[in-house]
Design a protein around this ligand. Sequence first.
Ligand SMILES: O=P(O)(O)O[C@@H]1C[C@H](O)[C@@H](CO)O1
Ligand SMILES: Nc1nc2[nH]cnc2c(=O)[nH]1
Length: 296
Amino acid sequence: MLPESNAAPGYMYDECKATADWLLSQLSMRPLVGIVCGSGLGGLADSLKNQVVFKYSDIPNFPKSTVHGHAGRLVFGTLKGTSCVCMQGRFHLYEGYPVQKITLPIRVFNLMGVETVILTNAAGGLNQDYRVGDVMIIKDHINMPGFAGINPLAGPNEDRFGVRFPCMSDAYNRKLVRLAHEVGAELGFDEFLREGVYCMLGGPSFETIAECRMLNKLGADAVGMSTVHEVIVARHCGMRVFAMSLISNRSVMDYESEERANHEEVLQTGDDRAKQLEVFVATFVSRLGHASNGTH
Ligand SMILES: O=P(O)(O)O[C@@H]1C[C@H](O)[C@@H](CO)O1
Ligand SMILES: Nc1nc2[nH]cnc2c(=O)[nH]1
């Protein structure tokens, strides 16, 4: 059965506001940082202290998670004293939801007071220097579905969130990219920390060899099935964005190769790097320097 269809775009603000108000009415804190956990990276949410947890299925207007490795829980809590909300599982285009629906949680973050969004994902490594287990700080993206008109901002613009034509050349906050390199160096993660361009495809099929070769020639270092639509929505409503990919598998570029992309390898790589990513995100969050402490 297909997930329920999206409300008309004109009603998106009211839908998001109702969800944000419902959540806030049950919380004594307001999150300043929103974190989205990619495939196999849901363990990040477990490191939050003083947790308040909601199942997606209990949250008004929220889609339901359908992918293995995406628990489908919204976790509120603190990371080194900073108030955070963490999506333990995200939504993807290939699950059958409209792009406006899968990005609804990002707008809900905004309406709850989130200022900074941290997005993680698992991705295939197109860059031939990358190894499985590398962590790529995303400096830019290629929005392949966007080339075909699939953009979360398509439809009437909601001025209460942002402008009709938002700029994307500064989508990935450069100060946060620098901070990530500093934190990575302090933690001794240099050897597996990279910086590159993420390309989003709709999925769920993995890429052909010809597609991988093409994407690499176009300038993409990693390929995945998420994140970009969330970044666009977050930037549209003025939140600052940091994103990173865990290189969970090498993209197959060679017809002689016996390697085959598969979701089990993706989840296993997440498991292998989980602890280091938790330490990285906690340290990064502690250094963000928000003006308020999240109790407003
Ligand atoms: O949510 P992310 O982008 O981490 O999930 C990736 C893309 C597919 O959903 C899945 C493929 O293994 O992992
Ligand atoms: N499209 C795509 N998504 C992924 N997510 C994790 N690995 C991959 C991959 O190789 N390709």
